[in-house]
Design a protein around this ligand. Structure first.
Ligand SMILES: [Zn+2]
Length: 368
């Protein structure tokens, strides 16, 4: 019999780094920068290496990338000057150049469709679909293997926004996580064809972590002058679950009528599919989506453990939900660098650093 092997994955014997920050946006950024200076510098170095290694396809030097990133800055400063300030704090705290931090935060805008940057899988079940009546959300973060060392868990108490708990890596603004108002955001890259100069996706999703209610999250997701768009899987503690599929000019909302939702990296709504760029490139996204749909459908009630089991699934390995796709050129390599399950009712996040098939989960609590 022939069988696809599961490639060896790094084992982490400790939990991912936990950093508590508080204060103004600039202060929080600089606290993250100081606490994880090495990891932030490493993430900038990795991004630079990736552009170098991909020069034949992207045709962009690091200097050109910095020039390109600056074209997005006026949009960011106009709408969200406080999050630009957070990036400035990150740069100062980590002894990095702000321009370099900006490139990392605009990488999806700069590299466009050439880098299929993320291959994430997100899921949620509400209180009617969980065995203990809790609202649960799960996300596999698939990214370049070199950034696995840079995974951070941030507990933040901003002066004028709700406290939140987030997973991020390196110099990226926080975006995946949940806040004290019981709003969770999971992010999946999608590939709209209507990209333009505008507000970078990471600033849009950073702002969603400050939402106080469901419609507030929608308004932040659909902010004007977007450069492109993600899928934002939004879960409220009441059990309301939406996938908001976004491009620069369009959006559609999917609602979890049966109490569960899955999203990967292709648009699900028929109207959004019309503007999907190169849908034939998104094959593993489709395989992961249907596989997760089947596994989620096999149980009437889910638990943290049953969602973790889906996160560890290896069907279609190495392009599986537990992603081990580390074969080929650096630009084509992806793997699950972190898997998390959020118990929104308990305000807890259970995080496996690296591939969840080989690394144990650690629990983090929101410090509100
Ligand atoms: Zn695995």
């Amino acid at each position: 019999m022939f069988k696809n092997e599961i490639p060896k994955a790094p084992i982490h014997n400790s939990p991912p780094r936990f950093i508590e920050v508080a204060g103004s946006h600039h202060q929080m950024g600089s606290q993250i920068g100081e606490a994880a200076r090495h990891q932030l510098q490493h993430s900038v170095e990795n991004a630079r290496k990736l552009l170098d290694a991909s020069f034949s396809s992207i045709q962009l030097t690091w200097e050109q990338a910095k020039t390109h990133a600056k074209k997005y800055l006026p949009f960011a400063e106009e709408t969200y000057p406080h999050y630009v300030d957070e990036m400035r704090g990150i740069a100062e705290g980590a002894n990095l150049n702000f321009d370099d931090v900006l490139v990392v935060n605009c990488m999806e805008e700069i590299a466009g469709d050439t880098l299929h940057l993320t291959h994430c899988t997100s899921m949620a079940v509400n209180n009617e679909r969980s065995s203990n009546g809790h609202v649960l959300a799960a996300h596999n973060e698939d990214w370049y293997p070199d950034d696995e060392d840079d995974v951070l868990i941030i507990s933040a108490k901003p002066n004028e926004e709700p406290p939140f708990l987030s997973m991020t890596y390196g110099a990226l603004l926080c975006n995946v996580g949940f806040n004290a108002y019981g709003i969770t955001q999971l992010i999946d890259s999608v590939y709209p064809s209507d990209i333009r100069f505008g507000l970078p996706r990471l600033l849009v999703s950073r702002a969603v972590l400050a939402s106080q209610r469901i419609t507030d999250a929608f308004a932040r997701i659909l902010v004007a002058n977007r450069a492109a768009g993600y899928n934002h899987l939004i879960v409220h503690e009441s059990g309301e679950i939406y996938s908001v599929e976004v491009s620069s000019k369009r959006f559609e909302m999917l609602y979890a009528r049966d109490g569960s939702m899955i999203h990967t990296n292709h648009y699900l709504d028929p109207q959004m599919k019309l503007i999907e760029r190169n849908p034939e490139h998104l094959l593993s996204s489709r395989a992961r989506y249907f596989r997760a749909l089947r596994l989620l459908g096999q149980k009437e009630k889910h638990s943290i453990e049953s969602l973790q089991a889906i996160q560890q699934d290896h069907v279609n390995v190495p392009k599986s939900i537990c992603n081990h796709d580390i074969i080929g050129e650096p630009i084509d390599q992806h793997k699950t660098i972190c898997a998390l399950v959020i118990d929104l009712t308990e305000r807890e996040m259970h995080v496996a650093w690296g591939n969840p098939c080989q690394n144990q989960y650690h629990t983090y609590k929101l410090n509100a």
